[in-house]
Design a protein around this ligand. Structure first.
Ligand code: NAP
Ligand code: 2RA
Length: 388
């Protein structure tokens, strides 16, 4: 299933909230349409997209083109099954090449979204050629020698990493559910120190890849057409007209791996002292993850203060009208660069508590956009010049 993208600014508002320097120092200037673009650079880069036929890979091509990343040459790579398949990059059509036979010594960036097994095998080999790998899988996220980056939150980690001589040249992109949550929590944490987070997710099927989207589509149709019923394959139970409280495998403590990822990644990116408990649920939505988040702070944070902080935060858009329809749903967030925060209210069951609703396009801030922002940060801060 091809993802139909919505118009860039469906709400008639700019997609990123702030064009000035974020607290981490990442400068994200805006283009004409309000989207962030790179500062003027006098050189272009050679970029390979690994997993270019997939959900995230196609979005990476779109985002690079839309944000006018300074590309000299671009290569679409996938498995040998996809050699010759065409994908688009702006106005251009690219033919997919086989990852296994590609020469990475000729590229600066490998933006990777081909799953953990492929990344485990290929990222070290590609990194050893001097090319910077930015990987979307979970293969490297918890490696102490690999930075896990959300540029609005911890871009400064890249400065120290790129100055190392013995680095792997691998940078990890977080899980989609973590990325959108930490980008909203970071400015609040800076203001009032977060002690504990309780999050329940409502994750779209695109988070599980293109075949998962096909399964929802076919299963939904199959419910109405006798003889065309579709058994669960990508999901553990029927996903059409249903909710499944399991994403990824179960762990010994009864949590799922997706839930554990939210905990471990929030600690690595934001603060190891923050306590997180998560319940991750798959819902029959094609694109856009939603999260109900309860946050406990060290000091009082009023709703008004939280709103005002979030309104200024990079990457965040507050839409919170306290009236019917005055909040964002995944349908509105799909195709957008911003992470939306709605339904901000006091959680009176704990001291210093707030509750909120966070929605973002999982293929964009949750994957492709964040990957491109990491590459932009390396370029803008001139960190690549130091690459081995
Ligand atoms: P997808 O739609 O299933 O696409 C998978 C891509 O990987 C395809 O391009 C596929 O190429 C390629 N691939 C598979 N095996 C390969 C191999 N042996 N060699 C080369 N390429 C191979 O999956 P996706 O949703 O794009 O996700 C990709 C990765 O990003 C996963 O690690 C996922 O966990 C991660 N991620 C996804 C999201 C999200 O919201 N979707 C968010 C964060 C992270 P072929 O077409 O040739 O098979
Ligand atoms: C999911 N978080 O939604 C994952 C994507 N890698 O399945």
């Amino acid at each position: 299933m091809q993802i139909l993208r919505r118009s860039p600014c469906c709400w008639g508002i700019k997609s990123l909230s702030d064009g000035s320097a974020s607290q981490s120092g990442t400068v994200i200037p805006h283009g004409r349409d309000g989207r962030a673009t790179l500062r003027g650079t006098d050189m272009g880069y050679k970029v390979a997209i690994i997993g270019a036929t997939g959900n995230v890979g196609r979005e990476m091509l779109n985002v690079l083109a839309e944000r006018e990343f300074p590309v000299d040459e671009i290569f679409a790579l996938a498995s040998r099954r996809s050699v010759g398949i065409e994908v688009t990059f702006g106005e251009k059509t690219l033919k997919c090449q086989n990852l296994e036979t590609f020469d990475f010594s000729k590229v600066d960036f490998a933006l990777m979204s081909a799953g953990g097994a492929v990344s485990k095998e290929w990222s070290p080999k590609i990194g050893a050629t001097g090319c910077i790998v930015i990987d979307n899988s979970s293969a490297w996220r918890y490696d102490v020698d690999v930075p896990l980056i959300v540029p609005e939150v911890n871009a400064e980690v890249l400065v120290e990493y790129m100055a190392r001589n013995n680095r792997k040249n691998i940078i990890a992109n977080p899980n989609c559910s973590t990325a959108q949550m930490v980008v909203a929590l970071k400015p609040l944490h800076d203001a009032a120190r977060i002690k504990r987070v309780v999050v329940s997710t409502y994750q779209s099927v695109s988070g599980a890849g293109k075949e998962a989207m096909d399964e929802l589509w076919a299963q939904t149709k199959g419910k109405y057409v006798p003889g065309q019923e579709v058994e669960p394959k990508k999901f553990p139970k029927q996903i059409a007209f249903n909710c499944i409280p399991q994403i990824d495998v179960f762990m010994e403590d009864g949590y799922t791996k997706e839930e554990w990822k939210m905990l471990a990644e929030t600690k690595k990116i934001l603060d190891p002292k923050i306590k997180v408990t998560a319940t991750c649920v798959r819902v029959p939505v094609f694109v856009g993850h939603s999260e109900s988040v309860n946050v406990e702070f060290e000091r009082q944070m009023t709703v008004a203060e939280a709103r005002s902080i979030l309104r200024e935060a990079p990457g965040i858009m507050v839409v919170d009208k306290r009236e019917t329809g005055g909040y964002v749903t995944p349908v509105e967030a799909a195709g957008e660069f911003a992470t939306y925060v709605s339904r901000i209210r006091e959680d009176a069951t704990v001291e210093n508590g707030l509750a909120m609703w966070i929605v973002s396009d999982n293929l964009l801030k949750g994957a492709a956009l964040n990957t491109v922002q990491i590459a932009e940060t390396l370029v803008n801060r001139k960190l690549l010049a130091k690459a081995a």
